[in-house]
Design a protein around this ligand. Structure first.
Ligand SMILES: [Zn+2]
Length: 142
């Protein structure tokens, strides 16, 4: 009775249509090297990624193009994952995007440091999820 297997290995493959909803336009812009945010016509608050209503006054926000650049506010090192295939690990940062009031969570390439200037450098090649295009590269100093 002790030779009876109690487990077996199985392999699953799954095709999945993942809805992007209102974030679809944001991810398409990021893949093309652009950033879309939203600005409140009532109070002027500007956020990235865009959201439908202002967090201050619930006014409907208007999409705005933002410069694809900013500065690193905070950093953390993540374990290797599907987001950074082949990398030893991946650096995630909160980036203060120029013209936005909030920070954007993104992956960073290059010698990252708090305060470093970064520019959107969308990942190329096949991605599993469009969020993988959201990568900023440290901008070389002049
Ligand atoms: Zn507002």
């Amino acid at each position: 009775m002790s030779d009876v297997p109690v487990t077996t290995d199985l392999t699953f493959a799954l095709d999945w249509r993942h809805g992007l909803g209102a974030r679809g336009a944001f991810f398409a812009a990021v893949a093309a090297g652009r950033l879309i945010g939203a600005r409140c016509p009532a109070c002027g608050a500007t956020v990235v990624p865009p959201r439908a209503r202002c967090g201050n006054d619930a006014t409907l926000m208007v999409p705005v193009d933002l410069p694809p650049a900013g500065k690193i506010r905070q950093l953390t090192l993540g374990a290797p994952s599907a987001l950074a295939r082949g990398d030893a690990g991946c650096v995630f940062a909160l980036v203060q995007v120029e013209g936005a009031d909030n920070s954007l969570l993104t992956r960073i390439t290059g010698a990252a440091a708090v305060g470093a200037r970064v520019t959107l450098a969308p990942a190329t090649g096949e991605v599993i999820h469009p969020a993988q295009h959201l990568v900023f590269a440290v901008t070389p100093a002049h």
